[in-house]
Design a protein around this ligand. Structure first.
Ligand SMILES: NC(=O)c1ccc[n+]([C@@H]2O[C@H](COP(=O)([O-])OP(=O)(O)OC[C@H]3O[C@@H](n4cnc5c(N)ncnc54)[C@H](O)[C@@H]3O)[C@@H](O)[C@H]2O)c1
Length: 296
């Protein structure tokens, strides 16, 4: 049986992970980025990750080679013309994504399914850049793609139910567990997670406890693998701020509004791990220290 061809647009953090799980699952996979160094970086990350799985004994060496042989890097969108499913994973910018989908709509064969991996934008808004509304859905993978089991399959008011079923089946084929979400800002997971993270910042602002005690409370009291401040530093305080703004814009409810401290941290470039400073200081990455200046 020939498996459908998959196109992944964007070979950054998410796109490279998505391309990897597709290739490992047996799909011939085209992956497109805009410049050779970006493609090279993504492919190097895939190579390194596959090698780790081989070293750990969870992937036979010949399967690594087979997966790599199924990956077709390209700079040309035209190479995706024959794909059955195209997954967009470019930067989180609605204009850039809409431009890309309009271009893909002209190039990719009729009947092919388009999916966006957006975390926060409206699938419906992206869909309207194309003439294939019934064949458009969200496939929201989680970071890191290789470790996180979940995919949110997102339906709009016009997605063909058969396309939703194909999306769910595709997620299972690449080793993930799909859940069905409706196109509302944040889908299911971020809609619930982001207000919780914002509330942790509000609790800190109101002096409910220290950074480490709030983190410890949620770890030991709720069995979360990490506390809200460690998670904010990992995801990026800037990224979470941006998502909160979109959620607030959609629902106009206080629980989605970014608290003042968060905005100040973003203005000051304290984005978390990626800038070395957030709720913790990562000067010594193995021993993060609480950033006491943030406590009341
Ligand atoms: N990072 C996360 O935790 C996460 C989690 C889930 C979903 N997402 C979503 O996934 C998408 C990608 O995020 P990321 O973290 O991988 O970003 P990233 O910056 O790591 O990668 C984006 C890549 O897209 C490329 N690109 C930009 N325009 C392009 C175009 N027209 N054609 C091809 N490639 C293009 C960039 O060169 C870059 O390599 C975003 O929509 C984001 O919201 C991110």
């Amino acid at each position: 049986m020939t498996l459908p061809k998959v196109g992944v647009v964007g070979c950054g953090l998410m796109g490279s992970g998505i391309a990897q799980v597709c290739a490992v699952a047996g799909y011939p996979t085209w992956v497109r980025d805009v410049a050779p160094p970006l493609i090279d970086k993504g492919l190097a990350a895939i190579e390194k990750s596959l090698s780790k799985f081989v070293e750990k004994g969870t992937l036979p060496a010949e399967q690594k080679a087979a997966a790599l042989s199924r990956l077709q890097p390209t700079l040309r969108l035209e190479d995706l013309a024959d794909c059955d499913l195209v997954i967009e994973a470019i930067i989180e910018n609605p204009d850039r994504k809409r431009e890309l989908f309009a271009e893909l709509d002209k190039i990719v064969k009729p009947g092919a399914i388009f999916a966006s991996n957006t975390s926060s934008l409206s699938i419906t808004e992206l869909m309207t850049a194309t003439h294939r509304a019934p064949h458009f859905l969200g496939l929201h993978f989680f970071n890191p793609v290789l470790l996180m089991q979940l995919v949110e399959v997102v339906k709009t008011v016009v997605t063909d139910p058969a396309v939703i079923s194909l999306g769910m089946e595709f997620a299972r084929q690449v080793g993930k567990v799909p859940i069905l979400a409706t196109d509302r800002a944040g889908f299911i997971v971020n809609r619930l997670l982001v207000p919780y993270l914002l509330d942790a910042i509000r609790a800190l602002e109101e002096g409910a406890g220290s950074i480490e005690d709030i983190d410890q409370g949620m770890k030991l009291g709720c069995n979360h693998p990490m506390g809200p401040f460690s998670l904010l530093d990992l995801v990026g305080i800037d990224t979470t701020y941006y998502i909160a703004e979109i959620l607030f814009d959609e629902y106009r409810e206080k629980r989605f509004a970014p608290p003042p401290l968060m905005k100040r941290m973003v203005l000051a470039g304290m984005y978390g791990r990626k800038t070395g400073k957030g709720f913790y200081d990562y000067s010594d990455p193995k021993n993060p220290r609480v950033n006491r200046l943030l406590e009341v």
